[in-house]
Write a protein that binds this ligand. Structure first.
Ligand SMILES: Nc1nc2c(ncn2[C@@H]2O[C@H](COP(=O)(O)OP(=O)(O)O[C@H]3O[C@H](CO)[C@@H](O)[C@H](O)[C@@H]3O)[C@@H](O)[C@H]2O)c(=O)[nH]1
Length: 544
């Protein structure tokens, strides 16, 4: 059996020896063009850090991505040779301990495993270490120490504030929250570069925390392969997902299909056949019949709603659950004979609604049990809700195949924006998003989506948008204004250059505007010039 205490002792001894050796010998000189990207979390569930790693590697850096193994990372990391360095997990036997006992044990192990990764596994000192905050404890202190020992430059990527997440658990006034805030402020103050996910976060931190270093906003943006799905991609995806839709309650809910020729959303159609008139004709759906067939959306498909959540307390899933329950009631009123008068026409009907919730996290089991309970006890006929975790390459196809996205993110600090909405926008998907301060940096109400505050409001938005589906006029209008909003953003407000003083240097910083573009375009414009500044300087001095 794995002896945790022996491993811990070995790691602590190694750390002390290294520390003394480094403290009393000449500091190492960092090697140019090596970067360590550190996240104290599951690498595969840390999209922004994976994108940073990809961008550094594309800028010819030898790139190490340090974090926990778990979900599969994006495939491009393997292609471009990013080296994954895995941290040791907290042994599962500790997981049942109370928080106040578990926390120090977990931190002790984190200290050992992070130091061993940054000091030993990465053989030459990196030029840059870029760290995700939060979590802040113990990471911020560790990276400051390693940068001091190895002569690396620190980049802090401010995603949110660690102490504000702890406050959700312990309450704002708790002594540990106050200590965590002081820790974050002290160890987060100095860095070579501070990156912020929003302007609101930059403004909140720069002056009040007296941050030192280059400070620049880098909004989340989707990679270029996040796009609207073609019908054949939707067809392939739902064929692949067929085993996840095999439960009796889903089978009776979804239109009949015959994989691989048809799925609940698509079928094989003949070129030139009228849209929507095909699914009932088995001859036409048979790929072996003469003439070319191609996958097309079926007219009797349910509306597809996608929501992604980390199942944490700052994303209150009960809002969506209540909204789905109310949608079920309204769909019965709109569609079922006992409620509908003969004057009511088709365009007032509401479609069946399949909500797919992606994501992993602590509250998943609780809420999915609640979904199953309500579905069964109330005999839902118009709504189903299922949780899935998709392979990294399938996740954008699901978003690109959906009709509407829902986001329940409410920031613990009111300073960070949901990456999942960025993903949805990249896939051409308008969203209904829970409102909170600073959301307007991303979601413009009634332009690229709707904002809501309560389950009631969300239900009204769902029914308005989906009424008459698949020929839903409100959905068509929303898609049109979404397209206009994103394309006008793309061509207008790009950033402007600013000069900032940094010691005796004048630093040119590209300030980001609201412009919509891909992650790579944004990173190359904002971060690349900062991390390759010495190259520019060398090139300039060669010219002169
Ligand atoms: N492969 C896969 N990935 C998924 C799936 N579902 C969600 N994800 C990944 O999980 C991310 C959402 O994770 P959250 O933890 O819910 O992030 P967020 O609230 O939307 O955004 C927060 O984290 C970002 C990244 O750390 C921050 O950049 C952002 O500011 C914010 O703090 C998505 O962007 C996507 O990359 C899935 O089924 N499969």
């Amino acid at each position: 059996m794995f002896d945790f205490t022996i491993a811990l002792r070995i790691l602590i001894t190694l750390f002390i020896v290294t520390f003394i050796r480094n403290a009393f010998s000449k500091r190492e000189r960092a090697a140019l063009r090596i970067v360590a990207v550190l996240v104290l979390g599951d690498i595969g569930r840390s999209p922004r850090m994976m994108y940073h790693a990809e961008s550094f590697a594309n800028a010819q850096f030898q790139t190490y991505l340090v974090g926990y193994a778990g979900s599969k990372p994006i495939p491009s990391l393997v292609r471009i040779n990013v080296e994954l360095v895995h941290l040791t997990e907290t042994p599962s036997m500790f997981k049942g301990l109370p928080f106040l006992l578990l926390a120090p044990l977990k931190i002790a192990l984190q200290i050992c495993t992070v130091l061993s990764a940054l000091l030993y596994t990465i053989p030459r000192p990196p030029e840059y270490i870029i760290v995700q905050n939060p979590p802040s404890i113990p990471t911020l202190a560790l990276v400051q120490l390693v940068c001091w020992l190895r002569g690396s430059k620190l980049i802090i990527d401010w995603h949110n504030l660690g102490y504000s997440i702890l406050a959700l658990k312990l309450g704002e006034k708790h002594a540990l929250v106050r200590i965590a805030r002081k820790f974050e402020k002290f160890f987060g103050r100095s860095a070579h570069i501070h990156l912020f996910v929003t302007r609101a976060m930059r403004d909140h931190l720069v002056k009040p925390w007296d941050l030192r270093g280059i400070k620049v906003v880098l909004h989340d943006r989707p990679p270029s392969y996040f796009k609207r799905a073609e019908d054949f991609e939707t067809h392939d995806l739902f064929n692949k997902l067929a085993p996840s839709f095999s439960s009796p309650s889903l089978k009776e809910f979804l239109p009949r299909y015959n994989s691989p020729r048809s799925t609940p959303f698509t079928h094989l159609a003949h070129q030139g056949a009228p849209y929507g008139a095909l699914s009932l004709d088995p001859e036409l759906s048979d790929p072996s019949s003469p003439g070319s067939t191609f996958p097309a959306l079926r007219a009797d498909r349910p509306a597809l709603l996608v929501s992604s959540t980390s199942w944490t307390p700052d994303e209150d899933f009960s809002i969506l659950l209540d909204a789905l329950e109310m949608y079920e009631k309204r769909a019965r009123q709109a569609n079922e004979e006992e409620y509908v008068s003969s004057d009511d026409n088709e365009s007032n009907k509401l479609p069946k609604l399949l909500a797919i919730v992606t994501g992993k996290g602590p509250q998943k089991e609780f809420y999915m049990n609640e979904v199953a309970r309500r579905e069964k006890e109330q005999g839902w006929r118009w709504v189903r809700c299922r949780n899935l975790w998709l392979e990294a390459e399938d996740y954008p196809v699901l978003l690109g195949s959906a009709d509407l996205g829902v986001c329940l993110h409410s920031s613990s600090s009111n300073l960070d924006l949901p990456m999942k909405v960025v993903d949805m926008f990249g896939c051409g998907l308008p969203v209904c998003a829970l409102d909170f301060p600073c959301l307007s940096e991303l979601v413009k109400d009634r332009q690229n989506g709707y904002t809501f505050k309560t389950a009631d409001e969300l239900t009204s938005q769902l029914t308005d948008i989906l009424r008459g589906f698949p020929d839903a006029p409100q959905l068509a209008r929303l898609r049109e204004s979404f397209k206009q909003c994103m394309s006008s953003n793309r061509h207008t407000k790009h950033g402007h250059r600013q000069h900032r003083s940094r010691g005796d240097e004048r630093v040119q910083v590209e300030e980001e505007g609201d412009g919509w573009c891909s992650w790579a375009e944004n990173w190359n414009r904002v971060v690349k010039p900062l991390v390759l500044r010495d190259v520019e300087r060398e090139e300039t001095s060669l010219i002169w």
